[in-house]
Design a protein around this ligand. Structure first.
Ligand code: BGC
Length: 551
């Protein structure tokens, strides 16, 4: 225990996030304890044993503060409370303590690029005189033609980043939905308010924050209003402030950017501790579909080294669409053609589907993609439900199709809730191929050959080797491009990872000169291997096969 009542287990390593395995979940979607059709903190607390057994080490919770829920909670109307549907602050604290007691860290969200238009700050701003401290909490203009070079992010829903407010008699700036006015970071009061929000949750004991939509904090004429120097300056200030008051916590940047812009969020190791690697994700999907390692090699080679105290967060899917912003136009066309043939599967610049349906429910492909996620440099993030191969519902609006209730059992409402099925916040998946009666935790717990058990094994393996979280990456370049092979090295650990991206078995000769004479110990995979003797090591790998060896 430390002074804040935090008990996060034996390791108080300040770089804990490098060895972490993150699990992203929505309180609303996990377990409903009071039969109102909506998950809550008491329900989530009941499922901590499940998460501990799965083996993940940190939970990332989507926003759970009071909100009119027009953007699933990313439209916050009170930063320092819990939405009554999810329980009380006391329930949150109990959940947090229970998670910490099991050695599970908890990461929450700071969504401060914008608020809900229902937030009292906005209500006050629109009624305050222009130029006043309260008015200046937001970004106003008499004309909607400022900052023309800023792109529109929610292209399917918005036509401008300005919206007219008849109360203020002025336009206000918004990068997302028009009901989400952007806060004005030029205001010292806003910058101070954000620090106070951070203090509130950190004092309670949370282990870190995902910084939502962080590239868009400032606006400057003549720029695209992303990644501005002022944003980095503020992040350095925030990091210093948090480090001084709450050491050992972690900031994770949501910056959907090319690698060279994303690494700017690490600063010189003095901004965010972590940042998502957005461009890698679609390239993993491209590589497995093209049966060619090129997209993965190309993007990793374009990824600059990061400061030693920093770490990428890598993922296959999350609560948003599979974003295709960080690919070329040709690559996007390809991704749409092969992964979203039905128009209904597309939204904004992306694809609203879960992992298993994207991969045609092909167990070997699902295993391979997860294995790659767990062996590329960075901390892996699992999206709730993907550990059992949950399906989606592309007929629900916005991104709701990938946010349906967790499937616990074959019981009513998939064991998620005792409410009338019509009262659930979203319907349970009943698509014949992914029906909750077939795809649920209970069924998979009882079957040692299930995806769930396979994932537990993968997670367990990852924990044995620091090289996976912290090691360097060195690609091998066998002539067969359908095979991806690389070393991960950290101190005296050397791991060799070999993956067949093809739907047919492949033969490959690996040049293992660098580790000649060592005996491979197979960690994961299914095959017989000759000892490493000569420079070239010939092996055959089955359909979508994956092997990793400790050398
Ligand atoms: C979140 C989205 C949300 C948007 C606006 C994003 O970065 O991941 O779910 O709609 O921010 O808050």
């Amino acid at each position: 225990m430390n002074g804040n009542g935090r008990n996060v287990g034996p390791d108080e390593d300040p770089l804990w996030y490098k060895d972490a395995i993150l699990y992203e979940l929505h309180v609303r979607a996990f377990l409903d304890s009071n039969a109102d059709g909506m998950g809550d903190f008491r329900g989530l607390a009941q499922k901590l044993d499940y998460l501990q057994d799965l083996g993940v080490t940190a939970l990332w919770l989507l926003p759970f503060s009071p909100s009119p829920w027009r953007d699933d909670g990313y439209d916050i109307s009170d930063y320092t409370d819990v939405h009554p549907a999810y329980g009380t602050l006391r329930d949150f604290e109990r959940f947090l303590n229970e998670a910490h007691r099991r050695g599970l860290r908890v990461i929450t969200e700071i969504v401060v690029n914008h608020t809900s238009d229902q937030h009292p700050w906005f209500q006050r701003a629109r009624r305050s005189p222009p130029g006043s401290r309260w008015r200046d909490f937001y970004v106003w203009s008499d004309r909607p033609d400022k900052y023309k070079d800023a792109r529109i992010i929610f292209k399917d829903f918005e036509t401008s980043n300005w919206a007219w407010d008849p109360v203020a008699n002025a336009y206000y700036w918004h990068r997302f939905y028009s009901h989400q006015p952007d806060l004005n970071f030029d205001s010292p009061y806003v910058r101070q308010a954000v620090k106070e929000i951070a203090d509130f949750w950190l004092e309670m004991g949370v282990d870190g924050f995902r910084l939502d939509a962080i590239p868009y904090l400032y606006e400057r004429e003549g720029t695209n209003c992303e990644n501005l120097p002022e944003t980095h300056q503020y992040l350095r200030e925030l990091r210093q402030y948090i480090d001084a008051k709450h050491p050992g916590r972690m900031l994770l940047a949501e910056a959907n950017q090319w690698p060279e812009d994303a690494i700017a969020y690490f600063g010189a190791g003095d901004e965010c501790n972590m940042a998502f690697h957005f461009p890698l994700m679609p390239r993993l999907f491209m590589a497995i579909r093209m049966e060619d390692r090129f997209p993965i090699l190309e993007i990793m080679e374009q990824t600059p080294a990061i400061p030693p105290n920093c770490q990428w967060a890598i993922f296959l899917r999350n609560h948003d669409e599979l974003t295709l912003e960080m690919v070329t136009d040709d690559e996007r066309d390809y991704m749409y053609r092969v992964y979203a043939h039905d128009r209904q599967m597309r939204i904004n610049l992306g694809i609203r589907r879960r992992l298993a349906p994207l991969l045609g429910n092909d167990r070997r492909k699902i295993e391979l993609m997860n294995a790659l996620l767990f062996s590329m440099p960075g901390t892996p993030v699992i999206y709730y439900g993907d550990e059992i191969g949950m399906g989606d519902n592309i007929y629900l609006g916005d991104r709701n199709g990938v946010r349906t209730p967790m499937q616990w059992s074959a019981d009513r409402n998939a064991g998620f809730s005792r409410a009338n099925p019509q009262k659930l916040y979203l319907p349970i998946i009943i698509d014949p191929a992914y029906h909750y009666e077939a795809i649920n935790v209970e069924g998979q717990q009882n079957n040692p050959h299930s995806l769930l058990w396979w994932m537990k094994h993968l997670i367990e393996q990852r924990k044995q080797f620091k090289a996976l979280g912290r090691g360097t990456l060195e690609f091998l370049r066998p002539s067969n491009r359908k095979v991806l092979a690389f070393f991960r090295r950290y101190e005296d650990e050397i791991l060799l990872v070999v993956a067949n991206l093809s739907r047919f078995p492949q033969h490959v000769e690996l040049d293992l000169g660098a580790v000649n004479g060592m005996t491979p110990v197979e960690l994961f995979g299914r095959a017989e291997f000759p000892p490493i003797g000569d420079q070239c090591w010939p092996i055959s790998i089955g359909t979508y096969g994956y092997f990793s060896f400790a050398l």
